[in-house]
Ligand binder design. Structure first.
Ligand SMILES: [Ca+2]
Ligand SMILES: [Ca+2]
Ligand SMILES: [Ca+2]
Ligand SMILES: [Ca+2]
Length: 242
């Protein structure tokens, strides 16, 4: 009888744990339960209640050595923003191009991809989707419809670095495909059950002319894995939930 009771308790605990793990649906972004202060610190309770996701698909470059790169991220939303907290471990932070619009992908940068209506399809020289390269100075760049890189002020970004670990905290305004460069654009209001296309990546360069690795959150099939800056079809599909 004693063993039966112990067995029942263990069964109850294991069911409870697996139930907890099953509650995390990777296709769902949950709503922030408080106001986020974009300061590069995970100092909000709502972040501590949010699950980490991996940045672990090597899209470009050789197999990485231990300590070269590790990345993970979390996401939340409210009516105005998609929030991203990314924790990046990178052994050498490098920014060698003084002009932020020149070969920005060959400096260390975080890259955030957003397709407002999850329509998928080509976005290379249009605003069907955006691919923001966020530099170490927190400025973000994407290629415009004129096929030239521009700064886009769509993200509030803060980075805090201690040793080799950087925490990036972002609040991203979301614009639809009617966005006009230089125009009077209003970000979309986000709501429950809205679907978006999204992924995140890191360009890692430590000591080379060109970036050494490009590592992303999505598994991209086929030989050409550097598709995100052209094709929103490789983004992940997510739904905003309470
Ligand atoms: Ca914060
Ligand atoms: Ca590195
Ligand atoms: Ca779109
Ligand atoms: Ca680096």
């Amino acid at each position: 009888m004693k063993y039966l009771i112990i067995f029942s308790i263990l069964l109850f605990i294991s069911c409870k744990n697996s139930k907890y793990q099953d509650q995390f649906d990777p296709s769902v972004i949950t709503k922030s339960s408080e106001k986020i202060n974009v300061n590069g610190h995970e100092d909000e309770k709502t972040w501590s209640q949010t699950q980490w996701r991996a940045i672990d698909n090597v899209w470009l470059g050789e197999k990485m050595k231990q300590g070269d790169f590790n990345g993970k991220y979390k996401m939340l939303w409210d009516e105005s923003y998609i929030y991203i907290l990314a924790e990046i471990e990178d052994d050498v932070l490098m920014d060698i191009h003084k002009d932020g619009l020149d070969r920005y992908w060959d400096d260390d940068c975080l890259e955030v991809f957003i397709d407002e209506d999850n329509s998928k399809g080509n976005h290379q020289y249009n605003h069907n989707a955006f691919a923001y390269h966020i530099a170490l100075n927190n400025k973000s760049v994407d290629i415009g419809p004129d096929s030239i890189p521009h700064y886009y002020n769509h993200l509030k970004s803060a980075r805090k670095t201690t040793g080799t670990k950087s925490t990036w905290e972002l609040a991203m305004s979301v614009y639809d495909n009617k966005y006009i460069d230089g125009g009077d654009n209003i970000p979309v209001k986000l709501h429950e059950n809205k679907e978006i296309g999204f992924m995140i990546a890191y360009c890692d360069n430590d000591n080379s002319d060109e970036r050494e690795n490009f590592i992303g959150s999505m598994k991209v099939v086929g030989d050409d894995k550097n598709r995100g800056w052209i094709d929103a079809g490789v983004f992940g599909s997510y739904q905003l939930k309470k």
